[in-house]
Every structure is written in C-alpha cells, then in structure tokens.
Design a binder for this molecule. Structure first.
Ligand SMILES: NC(=O)c1ccc[n+]([C@@H]2O[C@H](COP(=O)([O-])OP(=O)(O)OC[C@H]3O[C@@H](n4cnc5c(N)ncnc54)[C@H](O)[C@@H]3O)[C@@H](O)[C@H]2O)c1
Length: 444
C-alpha cells in the first residue's frame, strides 16, 4: 500500500492496563476521577477521540463509519488502573480538592476510590521546579540510583496490581528550560551522566528512562525536553517502546492550530498575534517562574511559525509579531481565560482584527487527552510500533518527529494522519479525500 510497510498483527488488549502518572496534580486527578465517574455512568467522556470519535472506512457511498474504539482493539476503561508519583504526599482525593477543578459533589462521591491512590515518593529537585516543594521525595547518591528506584516502583506496581501492560504519562510540573546538550546526544553519554549526576538530566528524564528500560510506553504532557532527546529515542528503539510528546495541546494553542491553518488556507496575511492568559492553578504558579515559563513559551511560540511557513509566504507571513504571556492570577484557579488579538490583512493589504476570549477549563480539556494517549500508546505497543509516535502529534503543542522532519501543527492534518494510521494498522485503505471516482469522465 503506497510503499508503506505492512502492519504487524495487533496483540489483543487482554488484562489490566496500568496508567502511571508522574505528577498527581490537576490534570492527573481530573483524568483519574473522570475515568471512574464515566465507568460508573455518571458522565460522558467528552473530548476523547478514542471514546466518542468515529472513523470513515472506504468510499463515502459505503456508509461504513464505526466508532474508533470498535474499529481498533483498545483497552477498555474497566481495565485501567492508576498509579502516581508526587513530591506532595496528598492522595488523589486531597489532590483533587486542592486542584479545585471538579466540584465537591463529584469528589465526595468518588472519595473512597480516590483515597486509594497515594503517590509514590517522587524523584524531585527544586533545581528544576523552583516554585514547588514537598517531602515525598526519593533519596539517592546518583541519578542512576534514583532511576533504579523508579524502575523498582514500576515493577512493584505491575505485580501488585496484576497489570499485563503499563503506560506512563508525565503530568508533572513544567521544569526549567534545558537546551539539548552533549549528555542528551547518545545513550552512552546519558548513562554516564546518570553516574556523574549531570545537571542537564532533569527528573522527568529519569522517569522516561526508567519507563523505557522497563518496556513501558512513555508520553510527555509538559513542554520539558524529557524524552525528546536522541539518547532516549535511541533507547526506545532498542527496547522497542513507543514514545510521544510533548506538551498537551489544549486551550489557547489548540485554538491557534485550528484558526491559523484556516487563515492560511484563505491566503489571509498576518502582522501580529498577541496571546495573553490569566491562570490561577498550581501550574500557573510554577509558570510564574521565568525559567519554567521559558520552557512553555518556546513550546507555544513554535506553533505559528511552522503553520504559516513565512519562508514560503513572505508577503503574507514574513513579518508576524507573535507574543505569548501567562499571568498567574489566583482568583481564577484552573478556569483560565485566554485572550488572543490577531491583526490580519486581506485584499490589497486592508487591515482587519480578530479577538478571541476563551474562558476554558484547563484540566477539563487535558483529561481526555491523557486517556486517549494512554490507550493509543498501549495500542502502538501491541501493534509493534516503537520509537517516536508522530501520528499522535494531534495531542501535542510540540510534537516529536524523526530528526529529519519538521513537526506538523495543523490540527486537521494531524487528525488525518492519526486516522490514516489507524486505517493502516487495520489493513484499510488510507483516505486521501481525492474523490474523483465519484464523477464520470475524469482522467484518461
Ligand atoms: N490544559 C492543561 O492543563 C495542560 C496543557 C498542557 C500542558 N500541561 C502541563 O501538564 C502538567 C500538569 O499540569 P497540572 O495543571 O496538573 O499541574 P499541577 O501543578 O496541578 O500538577 C503537577 C504536579 O506535578 C508534581 N510534580 C512536580 N515535579 C514532579 C516530579 N519530579 N515527580 C513527580 N511529580 C512532580 C507537582 O507536585 C504537582 O502535584 C504541567 O506541566 C502543565 O504545564 C497542562
């Protein structure tokens, strides 16, 4: 099929799937509580493509449009079990209260379930997240020792909970900005860095390293480098483990990657895009530190440049002023407000403006992405796909790709890529939307 390799048979999704979460904060607790509420029939998995989405197969005249979860063999929600690490020792019940996303009514109704999820001691250092502290932290002389302790946690969890398979998703805070350096270049250099406590190895990298070593697929929901370094991509290939990242695409950046492709499709020009946010949750507090914000800013800024391709369209996008600001503003909690002011121009260069005011709920948007990623990473592993999973770009602000490729940010191209990957996995034809076969007399 189009020079693509033939997919491998997919191992069935039998038994329990453990979902391991470094970081038991707003996103993680909203995800865990949400899955349990959905299992009890108290709500619907709104925002989750794996649960709500359909996929068209074959020609439009065939009328084949199954639900994605009926088309590909995904783990069932009933088979998910949860584990977490956090430097703050609060169980998921208390952590959900602190996060302030879900109502007390929801949290109380799930109290017994949530109280059972207690975070394992974290690998944590304030060097990498300055605005945070907590006592539930592992001790070790070297980063190698700490990574080994995480590996033990993973094995203990797998056994203790009777899991057939595991996945790990980083839902921890945004770490300070790190530039890829020599220690990240090869696995060998990375492992030497573990022994010498190289400061360029952040805690999130130890989780990723431990996961991959244990054969556990890993995705990164924050903008930290984490697994997006050649050393860990090399390890993932060697261990045949899928990895993906980084930074969940929710809120303002989601809107940007919906709108920008539309403006570009119509060849409308841009002179500026100013994005401001007010956010009052712990994530907002962590991002108040300039070093953590820089990590986030890099992730948010890259999106427009890639979509607009100013090198190809200098008259339209050669001089766009793009600015992103996040302000910590406690009264709003998790209910972020994001404003966008877009200065655009049309025919003969006449200027126009577009304003967006998105009153969103950060973790309500992120939770379904955690679910989809957990299920798709597990699917990828059972389908023998390993290394970087670019088809999951749909979920990320800074998608990981093979080194020679630029990332695709347009949400609709990402969705097409994802669905075509599912079709390919199941031996169905990809859909190109060409459609000439419906009209007579075309072609020779
Ligand atoms: N819509 C969204 O909510 C969204 C979108 C994109 C990315 N993110 C990212 O997801 C992450 C989680 O967001 P959140 O709102 O849940 O934040 P949060 O502050 O509520 O939760 C993060 C948790 O991670 C813990 N943590 C920090 N360092 C850790 C470590 N080394 N090991 C284990 N735990 C650690 C913190 O103690 C905290 O409990 C953040 O990095 C955020 O930037 C969130």
């Amino acid at each position: 099929m189009d020079g693509n390799p033939t997919p491998k048979p997919i191992v069935p999704a039998a038994g329990r799937l453990g979902v391991l979460l470094p970081g038991l904060g707003a996103v993680a607790t909203t995800f865990i509580a949400g899955v349990e509420a959905i299992r009890r029939g108290w709500g619907k998995p709104i925002g989750s493509l794996t649960q709500m989405g359909t996929i068209r197969l074959g020609k439009r005249t065939e009328g084949r449009t199954p639900l994605i979860r009926e088309f590909v063999p995904l783990a069932h929600l009933d088979d998910l079990v949860f584990g977490a690490w956090d430097p703050i020792p609060d169980d998921a019940y208390r952590a959900a209260q602190v996060a302030g996303v879900l109502t007390n009514e929801h949290i109380e109704a799930l109290a017994d379930f949530l109280k059972q999820i207690r975070p394992m001691p974290a690998v944590f250092s304030r060097e990498y997240v300055r605005k945070l502290d907590g006592p539930n932290v592992k001790k070790g002389k070297t980063k190698r020792e700490l990574a080994e302790q995480l590996r033990e946690d993973i094995r203990r969890f797998r056994e203790g909970k009777g899991c057939r398979r595991l996945v790990m998703l980083w839902c921890g805070s945004t770490e300070v900005y790190l530039i890829p350096g020599p220690v990240h270049r090869t696995l060998d250099a990375f492992e030497r860095g573990l022994d010498s406590n190289d400061p360029a190895i952040a805690p999130s990298m130890l989780y990723a390293y431990a996961a991959i070593q244990e054969g556990v697929p890993f995705a990164n929901g924050a903008p930290n480098l984490t697994a997006d370094i050649p050393a860990l991509a090399e390890l993932a290939k060697e261990k045949r483990v899928p990895i993906a990242g980084k930074d969940f695409k929710t809120g303002q950046t989601l809107m940007k990657t919906i709108l920008a492709p539309g403006l570009k499709a119509r060849m409308l020009g841009l002179t500026g895009w100013f994005s401001a946010n007010i956010l009052g949750n712990r994530d907002g507090e962590v991002l108040d530190d300039p070093e953590s914000f820089k990590t986030k800013e890099e992730s948010k800024l890259g999106v427009l440049e890639r979509i607009l391709q100013p090198d190809l369209y200098p008259d339209l996008y050669g001089d766009v002023y793009h600015k992103v600001r996040i302000h910590y503003y406690p009264p709003r909690g998790d209910n972020k407000e994001g404003w966008d002011n877009i200065d655009l121009f049309g025919w003969l260069g006449y200027p126009m403006q577009l304003k967006i005011d998105f009153l969103c709920r950060d973790s309500i948007l992120a939770a379904p992405l955690v679910l989809d990623l957990a299920l798709f990473l597990d699917l990828a592993q059972r389908a023998g796909m390993h290394g970087i999973q670019e088809w999951l770009s749909f979920y990320f602000k800074s998608p990981m790709t093979a080194p020679e490729l630029y990332p695709e940010h347009d949400l609709f191209i990402q969705l097409t890529k994802l669905k075509n990957t599912l079709r390919w996995l199941m031996g169905e034809e990809p859909i190109t939307h060409l459609g000439v076969e419906y009209y007579e007399g075309y072609g020779r």
